[in-house]
Design a protein around this ligand. Sequence first.
Ligand code: ZN
Length: 248
Amino acid sequence: MRPIFDSHLDLAWNALSFNRDLTLSVEEIRAREEGLGDEPGRGRNTLTFVELRKAMTPVCVATVLARSGPRQQRKEVSKRSDLDFSSQTIAYAAAQGQLAYYRLMEKLGHVRMIRMARELKSHWDAWLKDQHKTPLGFILSMEGADPIVSVDQLREWWDAGLRAIGLAHYGVGQYAHGTATDGPLSEAGVKLLKEMEKLGMIYDVTHSSDISMAQCWMCLGEACWRRITIVEAWCRGIDSLRMSRSRS
Ligand SMILES: [Zn+2]
């Protein structure tokens, strides 16, 4: 079995908002959720720390996520899993709660935060040497930047270990337009992007609208263009590999 690098897992959201103890097995959680009807996915969860170990996943990108966009629609029902908060300060606190979960899991030996490239290499090697005792490595990412209440606060998040940010999630965020919308970065979004570049933070474009993403390429410097070219070449490589496989 080959080791897997999983590039996106909402682990803390699963724990805090779906009340899932990720130190248990999938079967145990499914049994606990039997009969619960608050979410369509109840009793059908797919992973925990235990399963990630079985699946040979030394490292994943783990998220914090909370939204507080400027165009929120009133909801009839408020659910524990809701991601929309009525102010950025509350979204900040929700994301900090998720971070607190990762921190405690790290203290208890289930996960290990990876902050630097050299830590990634040493963790990967340690995990391959002793996968039963080495914790799950994770790189912290924020899905939608609304919990960053101002550009000045970015450094605090960096110091807490945050290494990647998607400026928007679903809908219109404070910094950019996200999935199912289209529009530019806000003024604060351009500023945040420039500060991210200074710190060396990764910009995750997954949920960015086409216009926000195009504007991001225009804002960032030459280093970013080089990285995009590499990613593009890599994607084309995957594509041609797929083509040759489908032909064979
Ligand atoms: Zn996610």
